[in-house]
Design a protein around this ligand. Structure first.
Ligand code: MN
Length: 301
């Protein structure tokens, strides 16, 4: 492990779910920083009055971590799951070698929506394994100096989440009281803190709303100051060694992995199954780019 450098990461705006879909604020991956631990994707949406309507689409090589802060999301997948997710609860879908799912708002009218969707890259020995789905409605409440939190994944402040992980990592929603908070970290992990609402002084660096602060390995804690009650996302993990090729909803290790995933989705291959309740409607894969896909390399941290 080389000594890394802390840095601030801006979000970029990405349309999700077609032209009438909502816009998300993406802070991971970044050019030069594909992962924080095995976390490889961080999307923050809302708060916005809208409806989520994401038709069936496939995944490979990853876990999807869905965490609403406002609004309800109905999840259906090719394993037969049909779950309404509400704030404070976690949906964790493990694609293994192939799964498909849909995510739609409950009801026919717009409502306040706010939330996070994250992906965790699966390690080499698990990425072609079986698919799975977990809905966790009773996650550990954790607390420390100046903060309380809900532990989504991994271990924090003496508690352990029941959610299944495949590499050493942590993910938590932290709610800070105005003033100073001390957040425990694992020295062997790299971490990142996202300002989900408000702003925060992380160490001596201010991050504004939707910005992320990357924290290199080697520290037992970080001090955060907030001027008002503020919600933060904490993610972290052991630096992920595999070089990932990420394209659309797939994570592989090579261009050919992705090309095979895409071809199988377009051919309705059995490994992606079917999501009931959408009259056969799906999201088709976009065309492959005209160049060979290459791994995202870490050059920043
Ligand atoms: Mn998805």
């Amino acid at each position: 492990m080389t000594a890394g450098t802390d840095m601030s990461l801006d979000s970029r705006e990405v349309p999700l779910g077609g032209v009438r879909g909502i816009e998300v604020h993406r802070t991971l991956p970044q050019r030069g920083l594909p992962t924080v631990g095995a976390w490889c994707f961080v999307d923050h949406f809302g708060p916005i009055d809208s409806r989520l309507n994401v038709l069936p689409h496939p995944h490979t090589g990853l876990q999807t971590v869905t965490w609403p802060l406002a609004g309800n999301i109905r999840h259906r997948d090719s394993l037969g799951s049909d779950v309404v997710l509400t704030p404070g609860e976690l949906n964790l879908m493990t694609s293994g070698g192939g799964v498909s799912h849909s995510e739609v708002s409950v009801g026919d009218t717009s409502a306040k929506m706010h939330g996070l969707q994250l992906w965790v890259a699966l390690p080499e020995d698990r990425r072609a394994g079986p698919a799975g789905f977990e809905h966790h409605a009773d996650l550990p409440m954790v607390e420390g100096s100046g903060w309380t939190g809900t532990l989504m994944m991994g271990e924090l402040a003496g508690s352990e989440s029941p959610a299944t992980t495949h590499s050493p990592l942590v993910g938590a929603e932290l709610r800070l009281r105005p003033g100073r908070a001390k957040i425990p970290l694992r020295p062997d992990f790299e971490h990142a803190i996202l300002a989900v609402d408000g702003e925060a002084l992380v160490g001596s660096t201010e991050i504004v709303h939707r910005q992320m602060r990357y924290l290199a390995p080697g520290r037992p804690d970080v001090t955060v100051h907030v001027p008002a009650a503020t919600t933060l996302l904490l993610i972290g993990g052991a630096p992920f060694q595999d070089e990932l090729v990420m394209w659309w909803n797939f994570i592989g290790r090579s261009h050919d992995d992705i090309a095979a995933d895409r071809a199988d989705w377009e051919a309705s291959a059995e490994r992606f199954g079917q999501v009931q309740g959408h009259d056969g409607k799906i999201i088709p894969a976009p065309p492959m780019p005209g160049v060979r896909l290459t791994p995202r390399r870490r050059t920043m941290a």
